[in-house]
Design a protein around this ligand. Structure first.
Ligand SMILES: NC(=O)c1ccc[n+]([C@@H]2O[C@H](COP(=O)([O-])OP(=O)(O)OC[C@H]3O[C@@H](n4cnc5c(N)ncnc54)[C@H](OP(=O)(O)O)[C@@H]3O)[C@@H](O)[C@H]2O)c1
Length: 269
């Protein structure tokens, strides 16, 4: 399905580059990917991957099926209108830019443009991303399926119908990696405080987060609550630790973080 799609990647930075790496790893032919990005680092990456680079939209040899807009949100108003002339039923625009609403993108392109707004996150760089998609009602089923398969090259994918929930998505999975990094920092500091050597403390914090995440992601039939209960013996060490977390309002603290991030997203929007 993704193998016959012609893709134009506009912006080959951190996210655009991670996506192209994911596509290639899943067998998309380099010949089906074209990129546009003037940064010298982008040219080097394109040469390494064997994908074509063009200087301007007019240089395209064929109309792409997917135009992926992976530039910074603040330049989208300048970048997106350059693809206006390519708006048609057969072209799907997929934007990964944070905070750029479908309405804004339609304004840059055309009211009838077929658009998918995606919110990926940084673990996409290692193929373990979480992307949430939301699209215009005029998308063909096939376009939605290919877009989903493309984003699945860099991790898991979910759809939402109500675009207003994108700020909540951003607050949970977009900002979420930073919450887990904070947890790792705290666990590392606590391990040091207990006298563990620095290299061991770091390894314990990172590998424990990775292992817990992998276990929760792979045991799809088991909820995080069930996993927690399974490792918590009554009267044991884990229970003592969890009680201390609860005494310090761990759940309410996480909820406050998501509320604050959602509110900030609403403000910025
Ligand atoms: N990184 C993430 O984990 C992440 C997560 C979620 C969403 N996103 C979204 O992904 C988008 C890209 O973020 P990023 O972190 O990948 O940024 P980035 O590393 O700065 O990449 C953007 C690339 O676009 C290039 N560019 C600038 N103007 C262009 C133009 N007119 N045509 C083509 N390319 C152009 C930039 O070149 P110059 O450097 O020369 O300007 C740069 O190479 C953002 O909208 C962001 O909200 C990123």
């Amino acid at each position: 399905m993704i193998h016959s799609a012609r893709i134009l990647m506009v912006g080959l930075g951190n996210m655009g580059g991670a996506m192209v790496e994911g596509f290639l790893a899943k067998g998309v032919a380099p010949a089906n990917i074209t990129a546009l990005d003037s940064a010298p680092a982008a040219k080097e990456k394109a040469a390494q991957w064997g994908i074509e680079m063009i200087q301007k939209p007019e240089d395209l040899a064929h109309t792409p099926h997917f135009i992926i807009l992976a530039v910074k949100p603040q330049v989208m108003d300048v970048v997106a209108p350059a693809y206006k002339h390519l708006v048609s039923e057969g072209v799907c625009f997929l934007s990964v830019a944070a905070g750029q609403t479908i309405e804004k993108l339609k304004g840059y392109l055309a009211p009838q443009a077929r658009i998918i707004r995606a919110m990926p996150n940084t673990p996409a760089a290692v193929g373990a991303g979480m992307t949430v998609l939301c699209g215009t009602p005029n998308l063909a089923v096939e376009q939605m399926a290919v877009a989903e398969a493309l984003m699945a090259c860099v991790g898991e994918v979910a759809w939402i119908e109500d675009e207003h929930l994108m700020n909540a998505v951003t607050a949970v999975s977009g900002s979420g990696p930073a919450y887990f990094f904070r947890m790792m920092e705290a666990l590392e500091a606590a391990a040091l405080a207990q006298g563990l050597p620095a290299d061991v403390a770091r390894k314990l914090a990172v590998q424990t987060a990775y292992g817990a995440g992998k276990l929760a992601a792979e045991r799809t039939g088991t909820s995080p609550t069930d996993l927690r209960v399974a490792v918590t013996s009554p009267g044991g060490t884990t229970e003592a630790g969890l009680k201390a977390l609860d005494a310090h309002n761990f759940t309410q603290t996480v909820s406050a973080a998501v509320e604050a991030a959602t509110a900030r997203g609403n403000q910025l929007g």
